[in-house]
Ligand binder design. Structure first.
Ligand code: NAI
Length: 255
């Protein structure tokens, strides 16, 4: 059975992914700020390097899977933190762990994006280009200057999705598959905090998917389990929306 590192494993979607993989017999190395095999802060390069070193040690240098779930929503303490955790907390960790993944026979990475990324397709905010050019400090400054956490959030997820799709093309020959799951509204502590926020709560509560309900973390874990499995052996660079029809409602001609 495989060894998979899961970021954000202490809560919500990451916890559901970790549980489902463990129940299927896989070994999971959880990475989180607390209650995890690897306790690390993915908001800094130092924390990401510490996390990668520990994962490599725990997996004896050969990793079969990486699932990047750690993220902050619109109630995060700052927009710069959203940029650092949501974008760089995934992209730098992928870079650091890619050599260990490339040693496996059927390696796969799944990133948790968001249906919110689609909000940036019409007019991408300039901070996206700063993230894509790997300039963390400039992207953080741009995000804090804008002081609109919902834009920092959608921008971080758009940049992350674009980065991963580019990476899927350039690193495809290494055999490491890389895909993105884009959730809609999923009932987790992050979503609960957004619903209760005085700035965004009403919009979040009114954002109802065509299917008529919010999703559960286990429904995202189902998609992740598929993408990480040999059944998805030819799925690479794809975005799977698990959103109750939200993206179809918002952007039905844009695919
Ligand atoms: P959550 O708040 O339940 O879990 C997030 C986890 O990430 C927590 O365990 C937290 O400690 C960890 N984390 C945050 N900052 C960290 C840091 N600096 N270093 C290490 N770990 C850190 O949130 P949820 O909802 O499970 O979110 C998981 C992912 O799904 C996030 O990337 C989020 O943006 C994404 N997502 C969630 C949606 C939702 O409606 N819940 C919708 C679309 C995307």
């Amino acid at each position: 059975m495989s060894v998979t590192a899961v970021t954000g494993s202490a809560s919500g979607i990451g916890a559901a992914v970790a549980q489902q993989l463990r129940e299927a017999g896989h070994t999971v190395i959880g990475i989180d700020r607390q209650q995890a095999e690897v306790v690390a802060d993915l908001s800094s390069s130092e924390g990401r390097k510490k996390a990668a070193e520990q994962v490599i040690a725990l997996s004896n240098g050969q990793l079969d899977g990486l699932v990047c779930c750690a993220g902050l929503g619109v109630t995060a303490p700052s927009s710069s933190l959203v940029v650092s955790v949501n974008y760089f907390g995934s992209t730098e960790l992928i870079d650091l762990l890619h050599p260990a993944l490339a040693k496996s026979t059927n390696p796969a990475i799944t990133i948790i994006g968001s249906v919110a990324a689609g909000q940036q397709t019409a007019q991408p905010h300039p901070m996206i280009e700063l993230m894509l050019s790997n300039d963390e400090q400039a992207a953080r400054t741009a995000a804090d200057e804008l002081a609109q956490p919902h834009i920092a959030y959608s921008a971080s997820k758009y940049a992350l999705t674009m980065h991963c799709r580019r990476l899927a093309v350039t690193t495809g020959s290494t055999g490491v598959r890389l895909n993105i799951v884009a959730p809609g509204a999923i009932e987790t502590p992050l979503h609960e905090a957004s619903k209760n926020d005085p700035r965004f709560g009403e919009a979040v509560r009114n954002f109802i998917a065509p299917i008529g309900r919010n999703g559960q973390p286990s429904e995202i874990a189902d998609a992740v389990s598929f993408l990480q499995s040999p059944q998805a052996s030819f799925v690479h660079g794809s975005i799977i929306y698990v959103d109750g029809g939200m993206d179809a409602m918002m952007r039905n001609g844009n695919f």
